[in-house]
Structures are given as structure tokens and as C-alpha cells.
Design a protein around this ligand. Structure first.
Ligand code: UDP
Ligand code: MG
Length: 314
């Protein structure tokens, strides 16, 4: 098997056939053996019914991993990579925002360049709200400052890997998965390819601002313990400052006697310290929670069933 195409699907009943047909058409006259691995991530619509139809159609090698519930795109990508057999493995969204014909371009790049182990596509122009773009920029600036590995601004999950890199990604068994970090943590050489994002054909995007915010925190906490150190350093500074201030107050009291006013500074300082303490506690909590989840050693996903075409016609 030359190429495995992993397609995570969550509520994509109207799209799976479109992308299936597009891929079949794309490879129709090419002598490239390929398989499509659809991961049904606990869709609430009839995605699985549509996928079963595609398996019955038997036009290409298809595997369907049907999750027992929604485990998230990260888990879906992991499952797809795990089931893949190709020398090259690609991940593409089911919603046709990423033109399948780019798969050939990615394959070409990897075949022609021995030095590259993966291709990551990044959107040329973003059709996102200015606020979101602004926050994303800040996130990447921040994370790249504190993390040893590099996060490339805007690089999507639309990627293709050579087999050794896939095996490296699979060897990372963590439960709280942050793929963008994992892809870059494993190393290897990645070629960044700009591409034009199309509009979603059917259905709606599953990302809300809040989800993205949580995702950003996951990314930071998964790949650096810098925030913990920040709490330590902040604590040190504040303790030192407080000590100096305490000395000043004592000296003032001794020299000028007791001074009653000072309500504003008192309330200000206690609020500030209270806030910083809560923040530090929160940071510790984030790490503790991750540790707790990882320690349970739960599986990354649970499949209800795995369906496969017997032997493709072509
Ligand atoms: N997806 C998934 N599980 C989820 C959410 C999304 O498998 O919990 C899939 C979804 O079906 C699509 C891809 O991940 O194929 C990207 O999702 P979406 O289009 O919502 O993200 P966007 O393109 O807006 O970033
Ligand atoms: Mg999309």
C-alpha cells in the first residue's frame, strides 16, 4: 500500500460521499495503491450509514473505524494513523475545505525530496474573523517563546507523513493529545506548503471560540512546564517586594508613629495577591489534572466496530 488517507468525520453525512468520490476520481488513472480510512467520531447524524454505503460500493480500499462515542478530532486522527498501512499517510478533513487534489502535490513533494519526512499545509489566506486571527497570533507568539519545539503559525492538520514519522507519532501514547505539538515534538523535516482553503460544503464547523481557547491551554500545558516556573518566579518577586515594603512600613511607624489611612493600598494589595494566588493554584491544577488523566491510562479511543471493503474492484 502506497498511500493511506485518514479522514476524521464528525457529523459529515453530506460530505463523506463527496470526498470519497473526489479521491476515487483523483486516483482513477494513477497507478498508486491507496486506502481511505474514515473515522466516524461518534457522529449524531447518519454519517455511519453513508460510510457503510461507501464500503458496500467497493470502489476503493476503505476502512471505517466507528467510535463508540465522540472522542474528538485528536483521537480520530490517532485512530486513523494507527489503522493505516501505507508508506505515506495523509490526514484530510471530510468537509472538502482542503482540496483532495493537493494530496498528489504532497505525495510528489515527499517522493522527490528525500530530505523531507512530512508536508504540512497552511492556509494562504485566512477567512477568519479579525479577532480570532489576532488571538491566534498572540497564542503562537506566546507558545513559541516558552516551548522548546516550534509551533508554526497557521499550520493545519492537513498533512502527509512518511511511514517512520507516523510510527514516531504513534509511539507517543499520551491521552491528552495535542497533535500540532506532537507533530513538531517528534522532529523530522517538514515542508510547509501554502494552500487555498475552500468554503465548507455542508454542515458547520465544530470550533467555537471557547473550544479554541481550551485547545490553546491544552497546547501550552502539554508541551511546557514554563507556567509553573512562572508562578514560582512571580511568588519570589512578590515575596521580595513585600519584604521591602514591610521594612519601609516598620521604619515609617517607628519614625512617624502609627498612620491610620491606607485603606486603598491595603485592599489593592490583598486583591492583587488573592488573584495571583488563585492564578498560581489554577496553573498547578491544570498540570495536576493532566497528570491525573494520564495516570488512569485510559485508551485514547474505543471503537465500536471496524469495517473494511473485502477487495476493491480497482
Ligand atoms: N472532527 C472530528 N471530531 C470532532 C470535531 C471535528 O472528527 O470532534 C472532524 C470534522 O468532521 C472535520 C475535521 O475534523 O473533518 C475538521 O473539523 P471542522 O471542519 O469542524 O474544523 P475547521 O475546518 O472549522 O477547523
Ligand atoms: Mg473544516
Amino acid at each position: 500500500m502506497k498511500l493511506s488517507i485518514v479522514i476524521p468525520c464528525y457529523n459529515e453525512e453530506k460530505n463523506v460521499e463527496l470526498i470519497h468520490d473526489a479521491v476515487v476520481k483523483l486516483f482513477y488513472s494513477k497507478k498508486i495503491s491507496y486506502e481511505m480510512i474514515f473515522v466516524n467520531d461518534g457522529s449524531r447524524d447518519n454519517t455511519i450509514g453513508e460510510l457503510k454505503k461507501l464500503v458496500d460500493k467497493n470502489e476503493a480500499n476503505i476502512k471505517v473505524v466507528n467510535f463508540s462515542r465522540n472522542f474528538g478530532k485528536e483521537a480520530a486522527m490517532y485512530a486513523g494513523l494507527k489503522e493505516s498501512k501505507g508508506d505515506y499517510v495523509s490526514i484530510i478533513d471530510a468537509d472538502m475545505q482542503q482540496n483532495p487534489s493537493l494530496l498528489l502535490k504532497m505525495l510528489g513533494i515527499l517522493e522527490e525530496n528525500e530530505n523531507y519526512d512530512s508536508v504540512a499545509a497552511y492556509p494562504e489566506k485566512r477567512k477568519e474573523s479579525k479577532v480570532l486571527v489576532f488571538f491566534k497570533k498572540i497564542f503562537y507568539k506566546l507558545i513559541n517563546k516558552i516551548v522548546e519545539i516550534e509551533f508554526v503559525d497557521g499550520a493545519s492538520d492537513f498533512r502527509m507523513f512518511k511511514r517512520p514519522m507516523v510510527d514516531a507519532i504513534l509511539s507517543m501514547q499520551e491521552y491528552c493529545r495535542f497533535s500540532k505539538g506532537i507533530f513538531s515534538w517528534v522532529g523530522f523535516n517538514t515542508y510547509y506548503m501554502p494552500y487555498q482553503v475552500s468554503e465548507r460544503v455542508n454542515g458547520t464547523s465544530k470550533w467555537s471560540f471557547w473550544k479554541l481557547f481550551k485547545y490553546a491551554i491544552d497546547g501550552i500545558v502539554s508541551f511546557t512546564t514554563a507556567p509553573l516556573r512562572m508562578a514560582t518566579i512571580l511568588g519570589l518577586f512578590i515575596s521580595f517586594g513585600s519584604f521591602v515594603y514591610f521594612l519601609i512600613v516598620i521604619i515609617q511607624t517607628v519614625i512617624c508613629g502609627i498612620d491610620v489611612p491606607g485603606y486603598a493600598s491595603l485592599i489593592g494589595i490583598s486583591l492583587l495577591l488573592g488573584g495571583i494566588q488563585l492564578l498560581s493554584l489554577g496553573i498547578i491544577g491544570e498540570y495536576l489534572a493532566r497528570n491525573y488523566m494520564e495516570n488512569k491510562k485510559r485508551p485514547i479511543y474505543i471503537a465500536r466496530e471496524v469495517l473494511e471493503t473485502k477487495k476493491a474492484k480497482k
